[in-house]
Design a protein around this ligand. Structure first.
Ligand SMILES: [Zn+2]
Length: 150
């Protein structure tokens, strides 16, 4: 594996779909966190063809695992402590997720009533699909393309 600096404590997020690391960066709020991030894009993968890897140096409790699970529950989450991978975390799909993703449907009530929380509910556990609580719009885009690499 390509090594872009070793991290002492934090996460190595592996098997991210190629192109998805920016989305993760945004939704995890990494820009606003006091942490070092290394983003590796389009790395070769025997399993996936191409993949992204995200290394985040931060406190173990600081990353929101629910956000990761909603975006892609197939991501491998390696927990790093004292420079070594000490654990692989299983991502479990939360039943709902609030105020992380915004509904993109312009006709959705959340785009009219600005005060409403953006809530997405787990609609399909097998596929990990989340839908807006109000209008059933899916979270994220391009779900169809995800299958191509697998
Ligand atoms: Zn909606």
């Amino acid at each position: 594996m390509l090594n872009v600096g070793k991290i002492e404590e934090g996460y190595v997020l592996d098997h991210i779909e190629a192109g998805q690391s920016l989305e993760l960066y945004k939704h995890l709020g990494l820009a606003d966190m006091d942490c070092t991030v290394a983003m590796i894009q389009n790395a070769k993968s025997s399993k996936m063809g191409r993949k992204d890897i995200l290394k985040v140096e931060c406190g173990i409790e600081e990353l929101n695992m629910d956000v990761l699970a909603v975006i892609n529950h197939n991501i491998t989450v390696n927990v790093v402590k004292d420079g070594e991978i000490v654990e692989k975390k299983e991502l479990t799909l939360p039943k709902q997720i609030k105020n992380v993703f915004k509904c993109t449907n312009p006709r959705c009530i959340t785009s009219i009533e600005q005060e409403l929380p953006h809530i997405f509910i787990l609609a399909d556990e097998d596929k990990g699909i989340y839908r807006c609580k109000y209008c059933e719009e899916k979270v994220g885009k391009g779900d169809g393309s995800k299958k191509k690499n697998r």
